[in-house]
Design a protein around this ligand. Structure first.
Ligand code: VAH
Length: 314
């Protein structure tokens, strides 16, 4: 049975990954950690939680030893738009945290999951059906840390045998913890505003096409890639995974099927529009499907059905 540490447990992915991992591996086999202690109560009450700084090696090692951790989920990162506001902090946290956790994984023989992103691609990357292996010249500090992270994780695997794996996530939509500082966050906020005020002002232009994924699929990808048979893996850091692809106009049209009076308007943020324009329109995730059986379950229709049902009930 695995003993897992999730660091960055308070974030958009972490706050849903921790309960999913605890359901699968046992509540006391999954340690949640974050600097932010305003976690949702379920995470705090359901199993061990530590206030940890990803840059504090000694405290992380103490936790690893106490819980005999053999697998680390590293979810600590400043996302794309927030990173552009403070590139130095983004490098310090995204890369400083990763280097720390890779060294700890090497020394204490832990497997480690670190997600990458469509943000690891840039304007010179083929935009449609972006291949698994292709040009990666991102123009955001977030993307630079993601490409550097992918290369460093592969290096630690090849040089030290660290079992490092990851996936390149598209924008992730969820209804538990709102994302912070991302460029794809519009696709989360639009559902909340549709319920609350029947209208949404979008910071991306109406035809901005981006790959997206519903959180249940993202959680399954994070678990399945770490459970995959290592003998089948040709790639490791990181696998393209995607589920759907839409524009603000298309998601608004889907919401209107449930809330006919819903209206979208546009107030384009040039910073986040430039970031979105530098990313692919769609990814080819055949390597993940071939090497570890990745398959998405939610599309725009089923995600919208579920998001609006959950948010209306709340
Ligand atoms: C962001 N949600 O917008 C993150 C993600 C694919 C985008 O990495 O920065």
């Amino acid at each position: 049975m695995k003993n897992i540490l999730v660091i960055g447990a308070a974030g958009q992915i972490g706050s849903e990954l921790v309960p999913a991992l605890r359901n699968k591996y046992g509540k006391n086999n999954v340690v949640a950690a974050d600097l932010n202690t305003e976690l949702n109560a379920e995470i705090l009450q359901d199993g061990p939680f530590y206030k940890l700084d990803v840059l504090d090696t000694d405290s992380i090692v103490k936790t690893i030893k106490e819980h005999k951790v053999d697998t680390i989920y590293n979810l600590v990162a400043l996302l794309s738009a927030r990173g552009e506001a403070d590139p130095q902090l983004s490098w310090k946290i995204n890369m400083g945290g990763l280097v720390n956790l890779l060294e700890i994984s090497r020394e204490y023989n832990c497997a480690i999951f670190t997600p990458s992103s469509i943000g690891a691609f840039g304007p010179s990357t083929p935009k449609d059906k972006t291949p698994q292996d292709t040009i990666q010249r991102p123009t955001t500090i977030y993307g630079v840390t993601k490409v550097a992270g992918e290369l460093l994780c592969d290096y630690y695997y090849k040089r030290f045998g660290v079992d490092a794996r990851g996936v390149r996530y598209p924008g992730i939509i969820s209804n538990v913890t709102a994302p912070g500082g991302g460029t794809t966050d519009y696709a989360v906020h639009i559902y909340y505003d549709a319920i609350k005020q029947k209208n949404y002002s979008c910071f991306l232009s109406e035809d901005t096409s981006l790959d997206m994924m519903y959180m249940p699929d993202a959680i399954r990808a994070a678990i399945d890639v770490m459970e995959a048979d290592p003998a089948r893996l040709i790639h490791r850091n990181c696998f393209n995974v995607t589920a759907m692809n839409f524009t603000p106009k298309e998601i608004a049209k889907e919401i209107k099927k449930h809330i006919p009076e819903f209206e979208i308007s546009y107030n384009v943020d040039p910073v986040r529009q430039a970031i979105a324009d530098s990313w692919p329109n769609s990814m080819d995730d055949s390597a993940a499907r071939d090497e570890w059986g990745w398959k998405h379950e939610y599309d725009l229709k089923s995600m919208t059905d579920d998001m609006l049902k959950v948010l209306k009930n709340r």
